[in-house]
Design a protein around this ligand. Structure first.
Ligand code: MIC
Ligand code: SF4
Length: 625
């Protein structure tokens, strides 16, 4: 890292990465790219998880799992089998360590911030580079101090805190910012509760979020049987912040994010009485032992409403084991809940699509349009407590009036790491690649751009819009040619064909383009379809870097008003773009409308080099020569 005196927001820094995590939906691409780097063994403490594509309705996902296990074994990566749990939950339980860095090919990697780590989400190729020992380059973010005072009322929980922050900051308010939590209020929050907050900080667009390492951190590590990993860490007395937010926990009420955005935050009280069809409890935001014990305690002695389908996905095998030991599982079963495996499940659309026009309450972190698999459904994001009592009542309800025992951490967590396979690094053992695993597309060196607009989209387009999740699409995560057919399919089913017929082109977009997940498929599929540049009002951090890594230029409107006149299939010549240089603006001639406008960019010297080479893989190959 650069010297502390040079640490100023906006500077480009290189961060040494101690730990990496990958998951199966992004991991196959990450490891296919890693294999091309010619490195013998990973240089980080690396864990490869199988938690997303666990539905095996054909050979594809099963083949991916085999590939991931065999490639992990070859290169010295720990392999967490399907059923062992969601990457972020298992990483928190078994690996996270205060003061270390973690880079993960999943946008919710900041979950580790609850353990006082600098934990950042990135595209698969960036994580592959980190595994190869290359420091991670990022723009040094501004630091926002979130001061928590007071104490949460019964029925109000950590989820309501992060929903409050989302209400205050919006889904784009956190871009290039770190949220650092402090204040008396944090003393009442355990590590898993803190991690609910840092996890969903991803929805702010933030680089990451972090809590100090204190007695609560020590307690959690002790109970996980690894107190030796504890070190105390906190901000300096005279720390300077770019912004300070104060939240009085005593005044906080149960909140929800109404359809279709995590920042569409309103009071649960204002929706009280809305009939509910489905309740899904789980995901990396809210599936810890204490979250699910609170659910069990609320459900105890009650039945799920006859018109509601309640599903529970457990964060990890450890959580499931603990619930079984404590008796909480029996209360959940007796209530009539449906039990799913310890995996992402409905959060990524692997089953449990709600009924037509259905209302689904979920303890997850994203309610983007269509993510549940039912386009007409309304998905509300809520706390586990709100979810549980609403499942019983059959309508949206507050848990503040409900009598239940608040769950606390157990004396000791049950430790069984048998779901995590140690590698033997034997080069004689084959790396197994099934027929659905295809090569990664590689970009072309930068050249002149005179191309048509292939799609024009609004603000806050998510990577779920670009490449949807769900059980029909996820099996093609290792096959870019096939998955490219689904690009923008939920909003413009003709997009892929149009690109092929026009030999690619340009994407025009509004603010915060590419928010949400880290899936680099949202850049690789457009690359495969011949997309050369995106012109947007602004970008989400991870997707912008994924575009650069793929050799697609992320350009910005100099004057936002120039977005308006552009239409589908307009032909745009970006004059002189082949000479892309730091700080340069470029004139775009709209040949169809005979209009000119100016585009700019904020690319660094290194990023320009990557684009000129046609992507990061080409750049690495060049530097290895
Ligand atoms: C998500 O929550 O959207 C995902 C699925 O976990 C993604 C990763 C992916 O698309 O594989 C993420 O958050 O980065
Ligand atoms: Fe899995 Fe959902 Fe978390 Fe993404 S947000 S890692 S899909 S549980």
């Amino acid at each position: 890292m650069a010297e502390p005196t040079e640490l100023k927001a906006g500077k480009t820094i290189r961060l040494v990465i101690d730990n990496t995590l990958t998951q199966d939906a992004t991991g196959t691409m990450a490891f296919l790219q890693f294999e091309k780097m010619g490195v013998d063994l990973v240089k980080t403490k690396a864990v490869s998880y199988v938690d997303h594509n666990t539905m095996q309705t054909g050979f594809m996902n099963a083949d991916d799992h085999k590939y991931l296990q065999s490639v992990a074994n070859r290169y010295g990566v720990l392999f967490s089998k399907a059923g062992n749990g969601i990457c972020h939950q298992v990483q928190l339980e078994r690996f996270d360590k205060p003061g270390e860095t973690l880079l993960g090919s999943d946008s919710h990697t900041p979950t580790g911030g609850g353990m006082a780590m600098i934990a950042i989400g990135a595209g698969g190729l960036d994580v592959a580079c980190a595994m190869a020992g290359i420091p991670y380059t990022l723009t040094l973010p501004e630091v926002v101090n979130v001061k928590l005072t007071g104490e949460l009322k019964p029925g109000v929980s950590a989820k309501d805190i992060i929903l409050k922050v989302l209400e205050l900051q919006s889904v784009k308010g956190g871009v290039n910012k770190i949220f650092e939590y402090s204040g008396e209020g944090i003393k009442g929050l355990s590590v898993p509760e803190r991690s609910t907050i840092t996890n969903m900080g991803a929805e702010l667009g933030a680089t990451t979020s972090i809590f100090p390492s204190d007695e609560n951190t020590k307690e959690f590590l002790e109970k996980q049987g690894r107190v030796e990993d504890y070190i105390p860490l906190s901000a300096d007395e005279d720390a300077h912040y770019d912004e300070v937010i104060e939240i009085n926990l005593s005044e906080l009420e149960p909140l929800l994010a109404a359809p279709h955005s995590p920042d569409n935050v309103e009071k649960v009280a204002d929706h009280q009485g809305t009939k509910v069809d489905q309740v899904c409890i789980g995901s990396c935001t809210n599936s810890s032992y204490t979250d699910l014990m609170n659910v069990a305690n609320i459900l105890k002695g009650k039945k799920v409403h006859p018109d509601v389908s309640l599903t529970i996905s457990f964060g990890s095998k450890q959580v499931l084991n603990m619930l079984s030991e404590s008796g909480g599982l029996s209360d959940i079963i007796a209530s009539g809940a449906r039990l799913l495996e310890a995996a992402c499940g409905p959060c990524i659309g692997m089953g449990q699509s709600p009924p037509t026009d259905g209302v689904s309450l979920r303890t997850f972190n994203r309610n983007f349009y269509g993510r549940s698999g039912t386009m007409s459904a309304g998905v509300y994001l809520v706390s586990p407590e709100t979810a549980a009592i609403s499942a019983v009542n059959g309508y949206i309800s507050e848990a503040t009036e409900v009598e239940y025992e608040k769950a606390v951490l157990p004396d000791q967590f049950l430790i069984d790491d048998s779901g995590i396979i140690e590698p033997d690094c034997d080069p004689e053992k084959p790396i197994i690649k099934g027929p659905n695993i295809k090569d990664v597309p590689v970009g072309q060196a930068l050249s002149a751009i005179d191309k048509k607009v292939m799609i024009k989209v609004d603000d806050n387009i998510t990577t779920d819009h670009i490449i949807p999740g769900g059980s029909a699409v996820l099996p093609f995560r290792s096959n870019i040619e096939k998955i490219s057919e689904f690009t923008f399919s939920q909003i413009d089913p003709e997009f892929a064909l149009r690109c092929l017929q026009n030999d690619g082109g340009i994407i025009v977009a509004g603010e915060n383009y590419g928010q949400g997940s880290s899936r680099e498929h949202a850049a690789l599929a457009p690359l495969y379809l011949g997309i050369r540049a995106v012109i947007a009002k602004s970008y989400a951090r991870i997707h912008k870097q994924n575009l650069i890594n793929s050799g697609i230029i992320p350009l910005l409107f100099d004057d936002l008003a120039d977005y308006e006149p552009i239409e589908l299939l307009d032909e745009l010549e970006i004059k002189g773009i082949e000479n892309l240089a730091v700080g340069q603006n470029y004139t775009v001639l709209n040949k169809t409308k005979n209009l000119e406008f100016v585009v700019k960019h904020d690319l660094s010297e290194d990023q320009i080099e990557v684009i000129k080479n046609g992507g990061l893989l080409n750049t690495i190959k060049k530097s290895n020569k």
